[in-house]
Design a protein around this ligand. Structure first.
Ligand code: GTP
Ligand code: MG
Length: 470
């Protein structure tokens, strides 16, 4: 893309229509400005850029809500009748009222005169009152292209058709439906494409915006899949070796199991944090709008018997839990596999400890009277499926959303289930490589993953990408 000036867009409309929310979603900045139910939240004009290839392609200006368009129109009607509408606006802006009673409106109109186009955000739940006509006429007086953006269109109280009629009556025929909290698939593309019909001179730049948004979305999916694959390898490789006497002590064993479960939770939590950041959400968003997260911790139990049973079925394993007895059943319920159990004695261990690879190590552990704890496939399945669901929910989520992040738990999603089951199966080689467990953030710089591990992670990432195909 050649160096071009950013397209300047004012986001205008009645107070509380969702202007700031729209900007959060369009710029993927969950922390832009202030959003609240109380009217008159935005008090000053503030800009936010949408960057393409590191350059601002669009500069948006958030504006305060129009509050008293009726009175302002009356005031304007009293100004020089010979002047054109934009001249009258300019005259008004030079008068004392622009700093007095109409201070908020003046900020909007001043911005309007300096931009390429405006998005007129409309809360379509509002009845089509006469004051809105005044707002539209006021904006039209600035002689800039105006693209109405219909917000809250999914709401039961939507009066979309009445609004469309009114807007068309004022010459605003090109209209976009855009839900700031949960944008429709492709809504952003439509928004910029429609804008390009109003700004023909900037068509090329707007098309490059559309293309780059699509490329970014694909890249985010790729990175998300790779991150989840990394978690899968990491959790599959996890293995704790326990001497038999410790293992025999119920309290000790419980503590070990709990510690192992916590390790899985922590790894999964880090993955979630990374996914939130990748999609431009903050960890705090989850707190204010609970994921299954409470005070930064998950409440979703990957190790619950129900989750395990469900995962077992999806993995074609049947009722593993029901078949096991005693300690093995305890562990299975806890989502943990027992790697080796036999207690034969350690005397000959040293003889086979060298050069036998994973098999040799298992054998040695057996002989040395050591148990190995690893994570059940069912848990891996549940953890991975949940991260994929979260990713899909984040893809659909507007940065204006304040509701719960609904990582919907529908069992009808075939693609994610298939991809997850395939990936969990394909992750088996990691089970023989406890050294593949990642060592966390602190030592990441020194920790060099084996090429074999990286190849497996890349393969799993490709498999997981299948979750996004519907
Ligand atoms: N459900 C839902 N709520 C939304 C949407 N857009 C905005 N809201 C909510 O509507 C309220 C007002 O949103 P804001 O973005 O602050 O509206 P604004 O137009 O910037 O308001 P002012 O700055 O006061 O003029 C907030 O409570 C938002 O969470 C949407 O698309 N869906
Ligand atoms: Mg606002």
């Amino acid at each position: 893309m050649t160096q071009q000036q950013a397209i300047l867009i004012a986001v205008v409309g009645h107070t509380n229509a969702g202007k700031t929310s729209l900007l959060r979603t369009l710029t993927r900045r969950a922390n832009f400005g202030e959003v609240s139910q109380r009217p008159g939240t935005t008090r000053h004009v503030e800009s936010a850029d949408l960057e393409v290839n590191g350059q601002a392609a669009v500069r948006f200006f958030d504006t305060p809500g129009l509050e008293d368009a009726v009175a302002l129109r009356e005031h304007l009607a009293g100004l020089d009748p010979q002047a054109t509408p934009p001249e009258r606006i300019r005259n008004f802006l030079q008068g004392p009222e622009a700093h007095g009673v109409f201070e908020q409106e003046a900020k909007v109109l001043r911005t309007m005169l300096g931009i390429d186009a405006a998005f007129l955000v409309i809360d379509v739940r509002e009845p089509v009152l006469p004051k809105f006509r005044d707002e539209i006429e006021l904006l039209n007086s600035c002689a800039r292209p105006v693209l109405p953006v219909l917000n809250f269109v999914r709401d039961a109280a939507s009066r979309e058709s009445a609004w469309k009629e009114l807007l068309s009556a004022y010459g605003l025929h090109v209209q976009v439906r855009f839900d700031a909290a949960a944008p429709f698939v492709g809504a952003e593309r439509e928004l910029y494409t429609d804008l390009s019909t109003l700004l023909r001179g900037r068509r090329e730049l707007l098309h490059s915006v559309v293309d780059s948004l699509a490329a970014e979305a694909a890249e985010r999916r790729r990175v998300a899949s790779a991150r989840i694959a990394e978690l899968l390898v990491d959790a599959a490789a996890l293995r704790r070796t326990v001497p038999a006497e410790e293992f025999a002590d119920t309290a000790r064993r419980k503590a070990l199991v709990a510690a192992l479960q916590k390790d899985v939770f922590d790894k999964a939590q880090r993955c979630t944090d990374d996914l939130l950041a990748l999609y431009g959400f903050r960890q705090g968003d989850a707190g204010e709008a609970p994921l299954p997260l409470v005070e930064g911790r998950w409440t979703l139990d990957f190790f619950s018997p129900e989750a395990m049973k469900d995962a077992g079925l999806r993995l074609g394993k049947g009722a593993v839990i029901g078949a096991a007895v005693g300690v093995v059943a305890d562990l299975a319920v806890a989502g943990i596999s027992l790697g080796a159990g036999a207690a034969v004695g350690g005397a000959i261990g040293g003889a086979v400890s060298q050069g036998w690879g994973p098999f040799g190590r298992k054998l040695v552990n057996k002989l040395r009277d050591v148990h190995e704890l690893t994570i059940e496939d069912g848990v891996l399945f549940t953890v991975v499926a949940w991260q994929l669901k979260l990713t899909r929910a984040l893809e659909q989520r507007g940065h204006a959303a304040t509701g719960r992040i609904a990582a919907e738990t529908s069992a009808t999603q075939d693609a994610p289930t298939r991809a997850t089951a395939a990936a969990v199966r394909a992750a088996r080689p990691a089970r023989n490589h406890p050294e593949w467990e990642s060592k966390g953030v602190a030592v990441r710089g020194f920790w060099r993953p084996a090429p074999q591990r990286e190849a497996l992670a890349a393969e799993l990432a490709r498999t997981l990408q299948g979750a996004f195909e519907n």
